[in-house]
Design a protein around this ligand. Structure first.
Ligand code: ATP
Ligand code: MG
Length: 489
């Protein structure tokens, strides 16, 4: 989405000149004739990404305007502009938080450099704030991107449930944002500010159920720590039956024997769980205990698939562009309109995670201010202009026709069947590439990878070891990978 610059200047000619420069570069421009108007505009809440503020204005001065903006909590980057070059006021403005200044008349290139720098600083600050909140367990529902009716419903339900200790079960396809919803529940509850602890249910050792749940072994509790605990049980559908029994018992008892005390202490554990399986079906098939299901599923929240809320795609794209600009040191402004059109039209079988990965790759590829269709080759079908040609004899999984069989990112590592010289590759080589591709597509979710490949988890882990793919798991930084959660044990 195009960025909006608020130009605050009492001189209409000056405003028009700057407007012409900015619009040529694809920015939206809004004007204010003075400080009062500028503050009114910010207060009204219209999009404003950067403010160009004239320092010499009748009425309230530029400096006063800047102070007033900050006092009211408007933190958009401000670039100050002066006609006289009076160094004192410029210094004062910079001390008051302006990010840059220029002297009128300024060359268009000078203005653009200043604006682009200001935008990346704004994005950097936003990203730092986001990570701080994430780290501190203070992510809230306002941090969830998407204003569609379906998402608004999720936020409303989640906010209401967060206030109590009611057990919540979040369901939804892979990559829809179940974990971010769980984080928002945590950050909106009385446990906000405490660490968010995710437990991967596919990987709980049997003897550790209680200590994972309560943070203590029976009999080792000293009573010194907080009794209001919060736990996020991820992939709860993966719980083996014997662990289900233990978990149920621990939840029913919800008490811990304190050291040196005859009484056991009641513990208040708030359980938020998530699954991409149909648990009621698993209950019918006897794979999931009905009593445990009812205990976990007191307050269900269904996270809708991205294709059911396509209105959210543009806002998600913008947010990911901002984030990856910061990570990759790029200054991409957004997606070009034709790019956004097909991103919205696409069905995203891998949901928000797939979109996030696609934007990440696009930002890395991008060499223009706006993301082009060829920056998303797997989705648009448009090859990058300077792409090296595939060896003609190689049959790859990203060839037309084959692409539709692969739900996400076939551009990750094309699984080649023939070698450079047209001879068949060995089963082992193809298997290795296929496993690697699956790990990338399903972001290191080994249960999902195993299911998609039609093999057991332990077979998958053995193959990963044998094929020397541990590095892909670790190096991919797959934050939600099953193993990452073992740390809580
Ligand atoms: N509403 C949202 N706003 C911002 N980012 C989101 C949103 N929903 C999902 N994401 C991002 O998409 C990615 C996938 O989300 P998440 O891990 O919560 O999915 P999930 O439903 O738990 O997936 P899985 O079933 O595979 O575990 C994360 O990087 C997350 O930050
Ligand atoms: Mg998850």
């Amino acid at each position: 989405m195009a960025k909006t610059v608020l130009v605050v200047d009492d001189d209409p000619t000056q405003r028009r000149l700057i407007q012409a420069v900015l619009e040529r570069e694809g920015f939206n421009v809004v004007h204010a004739e003075g400080g009062d108007q500028a503050i009114a505009r910010l207060g009204a809440g219209g999009q404003t990404d950067v403010i160009l503020l004239d320092l010499n204005m009748p009425g309230i001065s530029g400096l006063e305007t800047l102070a007033e903006m900050r006092a009211r909590g408007f933190h958009q980057p401000v670039i100050v502009v002066t006609a006289t070059g009076g160094i004192d006021t410029v210094v004062q403005a910079m001390q008051a938080g302006a990010v840059d200044f220029f002297v009128k008349p300024a060359a268009p290139e000078r203005i653009m450099v200043s604006i682009r720098n200001a935008l990346s600083m704004g994005a950097l600050k936003g990203e730092v704030d986001r990570l701080k909140k994430h780290q501190a367990g203070r992510t809230t529902f306002d941090d969830l991107i998407g204003g569609s009716a379906a998402m608004t419903m999720v936020k409303r339900l989640g906010e209401r449930a967060a206030k109590s200790s009611i057990p919540i079960l979040i369901t939804g396809e892979s990559g829809v944002g179940k974990e971010v919803i769980a984080r928002a529940v945590h950050g909106s509850s009385e446990r906000a500010g405490k660490p968010f602890v995710a437990v991967n249910c596919g990987a709980i050792p049997e003897n550790l159920v209680e200590s994972i749940l309560f943070g203590h072994e029976k009999g080792s509790f000293t009573g010194a720590t907080d009794k209001h605990l919060g736990k996020f049980l991820d992939e709860v559908g993966e719980l083996p039956l014997d662990i289900q029994v233990k978990l149920l018992r621990a939840l029913q008892e919800s008490e811990i024997d304190a050291v040196g005390s005859k009484r056991s202490i009641k513990v208040d554990v708030r359980i938020v769980s998530a699954t991409n399986r149909d648990l009621s079906q698993a209950v019918k098939e006897g794979r999931f205990r009905e009593d445990l299901f009812y205990r976990l599923n007191v307050f269900p929240i269904e996270a809708p698939a991205l294709r059911e809320r396509k209105e959210d795609v543009p806002a998600l794209v913008d947010a990911f562009v901002k984030r990856f600009n910061v990570e990759e040191g790029k200054t991409v402004v957004g997606a070009a309109p034709e790019t956004m059109a097909f991103l919205v039209a696409f069905d995203w079988p891998g949901n928000v995670r797939q979109l996030e990965n696609a934007v990440y790759r696009a930002i890395v590829l991008a060499d223009a201010p706006y993301l082009q269709p060829h920056d998303f080759p797997a989705i648009s079908g448009v090859a990058p202009p300077a792409a090296p040609a595939e060896p003609s004899a190689a049959v790859t999984a990203s060839a037309p026709g084959a692409a539709s069989m692969i739900p996400a990112l076939p551009q990750a590592v094309p699984v080649r069947i023939l070698d450079e010289r047209g001879h068949l590759r060995t089963l082992e080589e193809i298997e290795r590439d296929l496993i690697q591709l699956a790990i990338e597509i399903y972001a290191g979710h080994m249960s999902e990878v195993a299911r998609r490949l039609g093999i057991g988890r332990s077979t998958l882990y053995r193959k990963v070891r044998e094929q020397g793919l541990e590095d892909v798991l670790k190096g991919g930084g797959f934050e939600t990978a099953d193993e990452a959660d073992a740390q809580v044990a």
